[in-house]
Design a protein around this ligand. Sequence first.
Ligand code: ADP
Length: 752
Amino acid sequence: MSSPHPPPNTEASHDPKWGTPLCSVDEVITQEELERRPRRAPDHATENAALVALIKHLAESPKTLLQKLTETALTLCRAESAGISIEEVHEGQEIFRWRAVSGRLSPFLNGTMPRRFSPCGTTVDRRAPQIMQEGVRYYPYMETLQVPLQEVLLVPFYREEKPVGTLWIVSHEKTGVFDAEDARIMGSLCQFASAAVEVLDTLQTEERTRHELAEVKTKLESALEAGAIATWSWDVHSNRVHVDPYCAALFAVSDEDAHGGPVEHYVSAMHPDDRDRVAAQIQASILHDEPYDTEYRVRSRDGERWVLARGKILRDEQGRSSQFAGVLADITARKEQEMRHDRHEQELREKEREIREALRQARDQALAASRAKDEFLAALSHELRTPLNPVLLLASDAASNPAYSAVVRADFDTVRKNVELEARLIDDLLDVTRIASGKLKLDTALCDLHAVLRDAVAKVQADADEKNISLQWGLDALQPRVSGDAVRLQQVFWNVLKNAVKFTPVGGIIRIESRNISEDGQIQVQIHDNGIGIQPDDLARIFDAFAQGALQEGAGMPLFGGLGLGLAISQRIMQMHSGRIVATSGGSGQGSCFSIEMPVVAITQTSSAEVPAASSSTHAATATSQNSSSRLNILIVEDHAPSRQVLERLLIRRGHQVTPAGSGHEACAHVTDRDFDLVVCDVGLPDTDGHTLLQQLHRLRPGLPAIALTGYGTESDVRKSDIAGFITHLTKPVSIARLEAAMGGIKAGPMA
Ligand code: ADP
């Protein structure tokens, strides 16, 4: 046995050459054989000494006790080999492992043998000592040992009734050498073997656990290192903190502090602004047993760093808090990125705010500029109209004064017409400005378009008559009801009719037609003339503001006058009524036709009784002559002296009693003193405005009728007058006939 053979192993057990046993098992291994043999006398002294040595060995070096046991068995039983085989499962196979071997077979230490080819299996199953002779006959596998095994005594041992293994001794050359005494000695050694296996198992488990723990620790340490994660634990009773070297570096604490330094040393490394917050979070975590998770700054060896700390309170079995432990990561890079991002966001917000502010300022400025422009235009219009007022009053009065000759009356009438034209130009300029700023508003109501048309025609009738132009009618539309602003629609018709009269030579013809042109209810009004016509290129252009046709321009401005605004305004008005206006002409000398189209209102939507005639608001009120008003006691409030004086003279000439006042103060004084039938009041006064004044006058004389006569003529001015209580708002300049018409319904009081 000097040259060791490879130990028997599981592979060998499957080798077919070890297949069939040569005899039955009982022929090679029995218990009876042992009982048949004479038993030698026990040697207690030697045995006791051996057992004492074993106990000592167990206490001193339990790991080698099994080996010691085999040696003891070898000696006490005078055997040539001894061993301990322990049953185990290896790679799914039940085997016996030679855990300790002494004597000739010792080279096979740690070898294995499949249970089913092993006499150990037979022995533990039979639960009694067995003598095996020439065992190779039944266990051919043993051939591999290449050592003669004449006789083997095997004794099984158990732990808590479960088989553990066998203790065996071998006689290689002779048979009949072992007896029952040997079996008894082996039995008592087996007690040790069982205990030793248990101790060894425990030691092995501990070793394995220690090894696994060390492995886990190594892995954890490398994971923490790779993730730049530090660990810490704080003993809440002693207030001492243990940290790893990485954590110690972050907090810039000494090696001594790293191993149980006072918590204050760590607190003082924290940024002062973060301390209270972190302390509160730790307290809350301990109190509510919640995970602790926070970020704060520490003064590390590399300067200030941001750390993310997470932890948890650990409790003992009684639930008392003992350790507060966790991890910590350096998040400075992320924090700096976040702060850069926040700063960037902040800058963006700041920029956005600045832009908003700049926009707001720009809008405010634009609004202020627009307001200033509106105010300027209103003031300009007021200033332009006011001086026209006395002129128009005088001219209109003289033009109809029978005391003058026809020639003089005609001259005055020319003055009247030109003043009215100038006022119209002012209106058009204001309208164009309103259109450009989107401020043109409609006062929409249901109206009869034929009535609106007739009112417009009435306004140009005199001019047409003067040029001996005949007006022909063909109003065929059965459905003339529309929803619109009668004043603005009349303005459109008047523009077109005025042009037709203007551009048609003496003795010409103007034909006015209407028809319903579609099933969905459109009305078309056409105004044809046989005048100078329009060049094809100009047909669209003439609707642009300030544009005039070539025939007009070619003829030189003075010939026909005008600014080229009327059609631009008309087009916009029609668009606002969901309608349109288009011009057609055969060209120079071929006459022109203007078509005005807009939707009608279905007859079922209203009864004809509801349709008012064309409106007669202050804008372009038809000046129905009303000379029949009774003699009135009139207070004129007007700071423009020429207007005031002319008005006074003309009204006195018409039989009225007139009291002039140049200011609000004067007016109040007059009204306090006596009764009036009517107040004709300018709106812009030196000491007040007409609206406020009227309220004062109404407090003195409730219900006193008043007419606003002013150079301010926008829709909002008209509305304001209405709200203030004026019965009519007349925009300067006014003709005397228009003023009389407005005074038409006013009755004289008992004093007049
Ligand atoms: P204005 O008449 O004040 O010049 P309008 O906008 O009303 O401005 O008209 C623009 C131009 O269209 C006129 O100057 C003229 O050249 C042309 N026009 C308008 N109506 C007629 C018409 N019935 N016959 C010939 N030309 C016309």
